[in-house]
Design a protein around this ligand. Structure first.
Ligand SMILES: *[C@@H]1O[C@H](CO)[C@@H](O)[C@H](O)[C@H]1NC(C)=O
Ligand SMILES: *[C@@H]1O[C@H](CO)[C@@H](O)[C@H](O)[C@H]1NC(C)=O
Ligand SMILES: *[C@@H]1O[C@H](CO)[C@@H](O)[C@H](O)[C@H]1NC(C)=O
Ligand SMILES: *[C@@H]1O[C@H](CO)[C@@H](O)[C@H](O)[C@H]1NC(C)=O
Ligand SMILES: *[C@@H]1O[C@H](CO)[C@@H](O)[C@H](O)[C@H]1NC(C)=O
Ligand SMILES: *[C@@H]1O[C@H](CO)[C@@H](O)[C@H](O)[C@H]1NC(C)=O
Length: 440
């Protein structure tokens, strides 16, 4: 097979953005942001079950090795912490990672909320998100922006329901009204519209035109409180995905599902981690089949889902889970399947690195095998990576990759072998971390 590492082709530096090689000194931001030489980037599209980079007159297959750092906007608000965001994106690029998933929401009365009240925004937070996009583009990283949380962290759907109640609207105590109440759906749409039509403070580019955005994610991990909301959730996804598409035809849209199957879902519910998983109101196939959903999203947390199982049983379970989703993507949905959160904790400060790597390797190998066959397994995003100094965002699945040399190597090798099966013409550039993998 001909080596994919073809001849030198430097990214055309300086697209239209390059004209604005400006130094912004902004007092309300308290520090300068240099915006120059932003590399050109192709938008991402879908061709059947593959992601493709859309160049003029050419498509390149694109398999994803990436990560989550949900905290990028929060850390971009103030000058001292902002360099940690730049550092995280740079470190990601050094591992050959190409996609980062992060929160484009922070709802509620809390400090550092982006949305203070329905459709009322804190301009400083918006600039922080602008900065994340600039920094990502500088590093050649594409971001998946999630638009609301199902969970309570950073406001979430519960905050939307509280806003409705505070406005005197008669909503039930269940947060399921988030998916059905017309006024609450109106709040969400107003929010989405504000984000998609946002003009980046540093570059002047509208978010809907920004190529460093890989995709919009409607909601992180949607679940219902009662089973009666199942059809509301299905209808909500269809309505909101269509709404995003009506405002933005350049970007992909995904749901943000964990990937659980309902009991009606043929035999696939056998891949669920337990009976409970079919009772959460979501159905991977039905929810992902919606026309305006471009690719399916899945999470994987064997340590949380089947805590009693030993490592071998976890790996066996995980393999089945990954196979079931890739097969559904390939045969039923005919869409790419992106594993947008895969996580495993350490048992303590020093122990369990092998276990975490075994979990990661299991999914990495499945994705690589699928990519080699041009099937629907489109990539993995680790949950989640940190840098020094951002401990407040730590959960038990978070880690600083370069503290674990063998994990770092595993991640880098996955990046490079996926680049090798992608058809993009890569730069023969010493800065490319896969340079040494491709020989001379
Ligand atoms: C999808 O990819 C195939 C094979 O690479 C190509 O022939 C086809 O034109 C692409 N389809 C679209 C709609 O671009
Ligand atoms: C609020 O809605 C519930 C059912 O949706 C209804 O039973 C109740 O009467 C309503 N309360 C008011 C004050 O309108
Ligand atoms: C899928 O959604 C449709 C409504 O859009 C519903 O009739 C059907 O029962 C759902 N199937 C599953 C497996 O949830
Ligand atoms: C169930 O399987 C049939 C046949 O393979 C397929 O056409 C259908 O879409 C599947 N439905 C679901 C909800 O997976
Ligand atoms: C940490 O975990 C490892 C592996 O699970 C174990 O071998 C080791 O004894 C643990 N160390 C401490 C201090 O608990
Ligand atoms: C890239 O692919 C070629 C041909 O299939 C193979 O010989 C080479 O080992 C691969 N390199 C990496 C880093 O996977």
């Amino acid at each position: 097979m001909e080596s994919k590492w073809r001849h030198q082709k430097l990214y055309p530096i300086l697209g239209t953005l390059g004209i604005f090689s400006l130094l912004y000194l902004n007092f309300d931001f308290h520090f300068p942001v240099v915006v120059w030489r932003l590399p050109e980037m192709a938008f991402v599209g879908v061709n059947r079950t593959r992601f493709v980079l859309l160049h003029d007159g050419r498509q390149d297959d694109f398999y994803v090795n990436g990560w989550n750092s949900y905290w990028l906007m929060q850390e971009s608000v103030r000058a001292p912490s902002r360099r940690r965001v730049a550092q995280m994106l740079h470190r990601g690029a050094q591992m050959g990672l190409t996609v980062c998933r992060t929160w484009a929401f922070s709802d509620g009365p809390s400090p550092n909320a982006l949305q203070l009240r329905p459709a009322v925004f804190d301009p400083t937070l918006f600039k922080a998100l602008d900065y994340v996009l600039v920094e990502a583009r500088k590093q050649g990283i594409r971001v998946i922006l999630s638009l609301v949380n199902n969970l309570d962290a950073y406001g979430g759907k519960a905050q939307y329901v509280r806003w409705a109640r505070e406005a005197g609207i008669n909503v039930s105590s269940s947060t399921d009204s988030f998916f059905s109440h017309p006024i609450i759906k109106g709040y969400y749409k107003a929010y989405v519209k504000a984000i998609l039509s946002r003009k980046n403070y540093f570059t002047g580019v509208k978010y809907s035109d920004e190529p460093s955005i890989f995709a919009w994610e409607l909601i992180n991990e949607p679940r219902c409180e009662s089973m009666s909301c199942t059809s509301d959730l299905q209808a909500w996804i269809a309505e909101m995905a269509a709404f995003v598409k009506s405002l933005d035809q350049k970007h992909l849209v995904t749901v943000g599902l964990e990937g659980f199957y309902s009991l009606n879902s043929n035999d696939s519910h056998r891949a669920n981690p337990g009976k409970w998983a079919a009772m959460l109101g979501s159905d991977f196939v039905n929810n992902s089949a919606i026309k305006d959903i471009d690719f399916a999203s899945v999470h994987a947390y064997p340590h949380s889902w089947i805590p009693e199982a030993d490592l071998e049983a976890k790996v066996k379970y995980l393999s089945r889970w990954v196979d079931a989703h890739i097969s559904d993507g390939e045969n039923v949905l005919k869409k790419p399947v992106l594993f947008t959160e895969v996580g495993a904790p350490l048992s303590n400060e020093t122990g369990g690195v092998h276990d975490r790597e075994t979990i990661l390797k299991t999914v990495y190998n499945k994705i690589y095998e699928s990519a080699e066959k041009r099937e629907a397994g489109a990539g993995v995003l680790i949950w989640q990576l940190l840098v020094q100094g951002v401990d407040e965002y730590r959960d038990k699945f978070s880690f600083i990759a370069w503290k674990y040399p063998s994990t770092y190597k595993l991640i880098l090798e996955q990046s490079c072998r996926l680049k090798n099966v992608s058809s993009e013409v890569y730069t023969r550039n010493k800065k490319d971390p896969c340079f040494s993998h491709m020989g001379k």
